[in-house]
Design a protein around this ligand. Structure first.
Ligand SMILES: [Zn+2]
Ligand SMILES: [Zn+2]
Length: 148
């Protein structure tokens, strides 16, 4: 039994450690395919706001040449010497535009690149979904190596 849990990436709790109910619930729902049923419809419709830290850490750029680029949010062109914010996906936005946007949801309006959020529930599900996908991949690889 201990091996079974170990294999699932679970471990025994240390002294004074509380079980992480949220993590267990997330794993349970995803592993049994209930995640899609439970949450795909109603949650999350939009990912939550970006974390304050992530927004504060966005790179600031001064527009140096009269480029053809528009801000994807307000669709206005950037002017020379105007301040812009660069997302990690390298898309540029007016500071005001992107901060208002990230206050509502964490993803780049242009390519959906996601910034970290302060929302524990959302972050847990995101990590667990990745883990579940990786495990499916491993099982497929194993299956293929056995039967090809
Ligand atoms: Zn703008
Ligand atoms: Zn982007």
């Amino acid at each position: 039994m201990a091996d079974y849990y170990h294999e699932l990436g679970w471990r025994e709790l240390g002294d004074g450690e509380q079980p992480n109910h949220l993590l267990h619930m997330a794993r349970f729902l995803i592993d049994y395919g209930l995640y899609e049923v439970t949450f795909a419809e109603q949650w999350p419709r939009l990912p939550p706001a970006a974390s304050i830290e992530a927004v504060e850490n966005l790179k600031e750029i001064i527009i140096e040449d009269d480029s053809e680029n528009n801000c994807p949010i307000c669709l206005k062109k950037f002017c020379i010497n105007e301040k812009a914010k660069e997302m990690p996906c390298q898309h540029l936005f007016h500071e005001k535009c992107i901060i208002t946007w990230l206050y509502k949801t964490n993803s780049c309006p242009f390519c959906r690149y996601e910034l970290p959020t302060d929302d524990k529930v959302y972050e847990t599900f995101k990590i667990e979904k990745k883990r579940a996908a990786k495990r499916r991949e491993n099982i497929e690889t194993l299956h293929n190596s056995m039967f090809s």
